[in-house]
Write a protein that binds this ligand. Sequence first.
Ligand code: X6L
Ligand code: MG
Ligand code: MG
Length: 176
Amino acid sequence: MSPSKPPATAPAAFLGLGGNQGDRAALLAEALRRLDRVPGIRVTAVSSAYATAPVGPQDQPEFLNAVAAVRTTLAPGDLLAACLRIEAELGRVRAGRWGPRTIDIDVLLYGEGAWTEPGLVIPHPRLTERAFVLQPLAELAPELCLAGQPIAAWAAAAGTRGVRRLAIPRLWPLQS
Ligand code: X6L
Ligand code: MG
Ligand code: MG
C-alpha cells in the first residue's frame, strides 16, 4: 500500500455515487478506483449497486447508485475537489439542473462533523429524504446517528420505492 494512504484513524467519510448515462457500472467502478488512487483517500467499503428511479426530473434514464466509505486525510473541501475532478475526468457535462450525468459524487458525511463552505454542506442537506442514498448508506452504517436517528431508521422511513438492490455488479473489492 502507498505510504500516502490515510491511517485507520483518519476521519471516515461517506460518498454518494450515481449516474444514468453510458456504462453506469463501469463508470461507478472507475470512479471508485480513481478515488482510491488519490493520495489521502482510501476506499474502505462499498455498498451494493442499486437501480433507482430518477428523483427530480423524471424524463431521464434510471440511475445506478452506490455509497462508498472512505478514510481521508483531506479536508472536506479538498475531498469535494477530488470528487469533482473525477466527475470531470469521467466525462460529466453539467447540462441544466438535475439533468442526466455519467457520474455524480457527493460528500454525504465527514466524520461526526457539520461543515459549511461555499458549494459544500455536510451532512448533505437532502440525505435524510432520499431513498437512493439512504438504502445503500444503511448497508454500510445502519447504526450511525444522523439528526437524532440511526441511518437505518431514516432508511426505513424513506422506504424502498423506486430503489432496487442489485446482486451484481459487485463494485467491491476493486479489481486492479
Ligand atoms: C421536487 C423538485 C422534488 C426537485 C425533488 C430531488 C431534485 C433530487 C434533485 C427534486 C429533486 C434531486 C439522482 C436522482 C438526481 C440520483 C436518482 C437530486 C439531484 N440525482 N435520482 N436525481 N439517483 N435515483 O443519483 O438528487 S438530481
Ligand atoms: Mg453532486
Ligand atoms: Mg447527487
